[in-house]
Each structure stands twice: as C-alpha cells, then as structure tokens.
Design a protein around this ligand. Structure first.
Ligand code: PMP
Length: 344
C-alpha cells in the first residue's frame, strides 16, 4: 500500500503546466508551477515545514509550545498543518484586508486569529507586526517563525522549489518569474537556479534570469508603499528574507492587470488561482513579449517558469465577484446577463 502517514508529508513536488491560451502569439514556452496542489493549498507549506523543523532542532520551539506569526493566511495554514501534526498551538495575526474566507480557514484548522488594521504604519502599536511581537513576549513557550526575516524561508526554496524547477525542465529553464512578498520564494529559488546554471553555455540559455513581479506601489519595484489590493505580495519595508542581489529585474504590475489576468487564468487555462498568480503571469507575459521584440530566435528557445503561489477559492468574494471588481473600477459597468442573451 502506498500512503502518507500525515498530509504534511506531501509538501512540495508540485507540477509544471504549460500555459497555452493566455500566451497566444508568443513563441516562448511558459510553464506555470502550480503551488495550490500543496496540502495547505499554497507555496507557504514549504517554508512552514522548514521553519518549524529548524526551530525544533535549535531548541527555540519546545514540546507544548505556541507558534505566533503575523500572516496573510497562507503561511498560517502551512504552520497550522505542521503544528497539528507535532502538537503545537497556533495564534495568527492578520491584517483586516485579508478576506474573511482566509481567516475562517485558519480557524478551521484549529488556530486562533487576531485581526489588525491594514492602514497603520509597521511601527504602530496596532500594526500586525507590533501585535504579534506583544503576543510572543506574553504567551509562555511562544515562538515566532518571523517569515520576513527567517533564513529558513528562502532556504526551503533553495532546497526544494529550485531543484524541482531545474529537474522538471531537464535543466532547460531560462527565466524564473515569481511575485515578491517576504521575498523568500524569489531569493531561494532564484539563487539555486542561478548557481546551478552559472556555467551553462550561452547557446543553452546561459545563466537563468530571475525576474520578480511586484504590485505597482510596493518598494521592490521602486514604489513608496502606497496601497494596492493584490494580497500576499509587495511590501512597504525591506524584509531580511529578500536578497535584492538575486532578481535580475523586478516588473511592477497594477491591480487592474493582475486581477484581469487572474480571471483569464481561471476562464482560459482552467487554473483557479489567487491574485498574485495573475500578477506573476502578467509579468511573465511582458517578459516574453520583450524577448520576442529583442530576439525572436532566443524567444523561441526561452523556457519561462512562473510560480503560482495559491488557489483562487479564497478570493471568490473579491477577484471572482463582479460587483466587488466593479466597485473598485476593475471591471466596466455592465447590465446583468439575462437568459435571453444566452439563448439568442
Ligand atoms: N502570493 C501569495 C498569495 C502569498 O501568500 C505570498 C507569501 N506572502 C506570496 C505570493 C509571495 O511569496 P514570498 O513571501 O516567498 O515572496
């Protein structure tokens, strides 16, 4: 019989799927790395597992301890899964812009959730960083993974995501594109791919190019931290998990373009994914178009891998809801569709 002892053993090993519709007119091979098939539904399962195991080894997390983390949801799910397996309690701190659906998921796994206002500075006492710091000092046996600064985040990607991309493309990947939140994914995966391809012949694509995708307004693409609605990516400070030396460039994408592409991925590629996935794919397509304009032959040989961090179920009342999209001007006003329109 072939089975896992616990769902948390099935983290990683996610598949690549070629994008074929949204890529129309482009000759590059564009492959999506689909992270929603992880047990907790996102790429964050990878860092959760690695951070907890490292904290156990170092003695920072001891039996009966409590994991306290500011998280937009996905890291919380990963940590909750691993914590359940190992017998730890979880307390998560979420900004109020995170959808109610996502917070309910955390509670469903048995975690406690504290909600904080989004519109305050990181050093404000009510910010989700400050609140989680206070909880950590006051709960006995508490340990804060701190995904923004924990080196085991990028390390988990260096050890798993990077080697998977290299192996599954038979060493032919030429570009890696990922959204930047804590920066762990792009730093760890990008560093691995750069190292492993460092001596590759120019004819075979040379060194892998690493491209970040970032919400317009966020610091990674030169913004001043002004607000955006895409969740899980972009920052208003520079986290330690991000090594700015790794990305060869960072492409800024607006909410409008991110959400439009997110909806196209569901409708045209059968990929019901989150807003940061639409953002990353939009950046990958811009990159592919630019390659095409610069050197059509090189573009035809390009193998662009774009990482899709999570699934779309947590965004049904937002990105996939027409009324919500219209209320922010992301969709043009439109009369409702009647049965007559469809039957005509
Ligand atoms: N997309 C989503 C939905 C996320 O939750 C995250 C993690 N914050 C990211 C993208 C970015 O990943 P990273 O933190 O590794 O940069």
């Amino acid at each position: 019989m072939r089975y896992a002892e616990h769902i948390s053993e099935l983290v990683g090993g996610t598949p690549l799927v070629r994008l074929s519709r949204v890529t129309e007119g482009l000759s590059a091979t564009i492959l999506a790395k689909v992270e929603y098939v992880n047990p907790g539904g996102s790429v964050k399962d990878r860092i959760a597992l690695k951070m907890v195991e490292a904290a156990e080894s170092s003695g920072e997390l001891r039996p009966g301890g409590t994991i306290v983390e500011p998280t937009s949801g996905n890291t919380g799910v990963g940590l909750a899964l691993v914590a359940q397996r190992k017998g730890y309690d979880c307390v998560f701190v979420c900004p109020d812009k995170v959808s109610e659906d996502k917070r309910d998921v955390l509670r469903a796994y048995g975690a406690r959730v504290v909600v904080t206002p989004t519109a305050v500075a990181p050093d404000h006492p009510d910010s989700y960083y400050s609140v989680s710091d206070r909880l950590v000092t006051e709960i006995p046996g508490a340990w804060k993974p701190n995904q923004y600064a924990n080196a085991n985040g990028p390390l988990s990607h260096y050890e798993s995501t990077g080697p998977e991309v290299w192996a599954d493309t038979d060493g032919r990947v030429t570009h890696f594109v990922a959204g930047v939140g804590t920066g762990g994914t792009i730093t760890g995966t990008g560093r691995y791919l750069q190292e492993v391809s460092a001596d590759r012949d120019a004819a075979a694509g040379g060194r892998v190019q690493v491209v970040g995708a970032d919400p317009a307004g966020s610091v990674y693409s030169g913004g001043d931290g002004r607000p955006y609605l895409v969740e899980g990516v972009g920052e208003d400070f520079w986290p330690g998990a991000y090594d700015p030396e790794v990305p060869d460039e960072v492409i800024a994408v607006t909410d409008t373009d991110s959400f439009a592409m997110t909806r196209r991925l569901a409708r045209e590629e059968g990929l019901l994914v989150g807003g940061s996935c639409g953002m990353a794919v939009e950046a990958a397509l811009r990159l592919a178009r630019r390659l095409e304009d610069q050197d059509a032959e090189a573009a035809a040989r390009a193998v662009i891998v774009v990482l899709l961090p999570d699934g779309g179920r947590g965004y049904l009342s937002k990105i996939f809801n027409d009324a919500w999209m219209r209320s922010y001007g992301f969709l043009p006003d439109e009369e409702g569709v009647t049965a007559g329109d469809i039957l005509r």
